[in-house]
Design a protein around this ligand. Structure first.
Ligand code: FES
Length: 112
């Protein structure tokens, strides 16, 4: 049990939330308007969506935009901090695997 409350069963929401739909690596994911993308993923039970150059999984660490652990590609824009990006209907999120060399084969700096 993750302790994360799925939005459909969250007792503190007084009104019917407005759903939105996005994709993560092509898979449809449902959230609610007002959530960050990280919030949508956490509510789905997903805790990691990036792999460091050392092969370690990363998701939310600070939750306030400081650590950059939560980055992913959103609508083609890489290195987006998902804890700061409000989810929009139709967003296409791609997880990032930093173990794979960049397209120009230039070595990437190691992200913690
Ligand atoms: S969780 Fe730290 S920047 Fe997003």
């Amino acid at each position: 049990m993750s302790g994360i409350v799925p939005w459909r069963t969250d007792p503190i929401r007084p009104d019917e939330p407005e759903p939105l739909h996005l994709t993560v690596d092509g898979e449809p994911v449902e959230g609610v308007r007002g959530q960050s993308i990280a919030g949508v993923l956490l509510a789905q039970g997903r805790t990691a969506w990036r792999t460091t150059t050392a092969g370690r999984p990363r998701g939310v660490f600070c939750g306030i935009g400081v650590c950059f652990d939560c980055i992913a590609t959103v609508n083609g824009e890489s290195d987006v901090r998902l804890c700061l990006r409000r989810a929009c209907d139709g967003d296409a999120v791609e997880t990032q695997d930093d173990t794979v060399p960049a397209r120009d084969d230039a070595p990437k700096g190691d992200r913690p």
